[in-house]
Write a protein that binds this ligand. Structure first.
Ligand SMILES: [Zn+2]
Length: 320
């Protein structure tokens, strides 16, 4: 992505700019239209570009074929009955919090009547944070599993239960870290292998702590470096610097989130949110994060509630 985004032009720099820019639903719609059609409207039916009338209800009508297209069709905002301003506020709130955001927090800030709505929105944005088909990690990638604990479960209070998290970290040379991917451990014997296949480009050099089954990686098209020889007494976290660093940042971030009284079963939500923030940590501006989230939301299919509920059940199992 070579695009260069300018604060105050492409994205709001401050909460004041945010409020000024997005005071009306029409303004929000214009912003989404620019994200969807950066080079001007293109008709999805006949392919004719920049020949459209804007008609009511957020619809664009193609002058060539008469087809009506909704800016938000096929995105997480599809068929929403809530004002777009509310969605924009949700995105701003999510990206302006340093720690994880809970459905309760979102419900409170937006004044939503239903917890379910807040929960659904949070999960729709979560899906936008981890766009499927995103670029696989490449170059040198460290791979390991870590444990996070003290996840509180609903109203049952805090527990000391430890949960496994699989971590893959790009190493850019020296101690510079690139992008990361995180997933809850399903507790299967070859889980790191299948995780690697989901998130790491074949041909990459995968660095592990030397667990034997990881030799299989070599048969799957990866270069494999066992960083600690068997029998060595050097702990894995010393050699796997990247994984160790990410794991401790993740733990601290989760603790900060949970200390704010957020009780949530959704570890995978938090992992995705942490990943989104970590991979954009060079974007110092909150406004730029907000832009990225909306931009990705415009490329993310709507998730009907049944899909989300299935994911919710999955989340719950991951923690039990
Ligand atoms: Zn057309």
């Amino acid at each position: 992505m070579a695009e260069r985004l300018i604060g105050g032009v492409d994205y709001p720099r401050t909460v004041l700019e945010f409020q000024e820019w997005f005071a009306t639903d029409a303004a929000c719609l214009d912003f989404l239209a620019r994200l969807r059609w950066p080079d001007g409207f293109v008709c999805p039916k006949c392919g004719v570009s920049e020949q459209a009338w804007r008609i009511a209800g957020g619809l664009w009508m193609c002058r060539a074929c008469g087809r009506q297209t909704s800016v938000t069709a096929g995105t997480i905002f599809d068929r929403t009955r809530s004002p777009l301003r509310m969605w924009f506020h949700a995105a701003w709130y999510i990206t302006s919090q340093k720690t994880g955001v809970s459905a309760q927090g979102l419900q409170r800030v937006l004044g939503l009547r239903s917890y379910e709505t807040a929960w659904t929105w949070m999960h729709k944005f979560r899906r936008a944070m981890v766009v499927p088909g995103r670029e696989l990690l490449h170059g040198i990638v460290e791979l390991d599993e870590t444990y996070v604990g003290g996840i509180s479960r609903g109203n049952a209070g805090r527990s000391s239960m430890k949960v496994g998290v699989m971590v893959a970290t790009e190493m850019l040379g020296g101690k510079r870290l690139g992008r990361i991917r995180l997933e809850p451990s399903p507790g299967e014997s070859l889980q790191l292998i299948s995780f690697a296949q989901r998130v790491i480009q074949p041909g990459a050099m995968v660095r592990t702590d030397g667990a034997r089954e990881l030799k299989r990686l070599a048969n799957l098209g990866y270069e494999h470096e066992r960083h600690v020889e068997l029998g060595s007494d050097v702990p894995a976290h010393v050699s796997l610097y990247g994984v160790h660093t990410v794991a401790s940042l993740l733990k601290r971030w989760l603790e900060g989130t949970l200390h704010q009284g957020i009780s949530n079963d959704h570890l995978s939500y938090y992992l995705d949110e942490f990943t989104f923030r970590f991979n954009r940590r060079a974007s110092r501006s909150r406004g730029l994060l907000f832009y990225r989230l909306l931009d990705q939301a415009m490329r993310t299919d709507p998730a009907p509630l049944p899909t989300l509920v299935a994911a919710k059940e999955q989340d719950d199992t991951n923690l039990t």
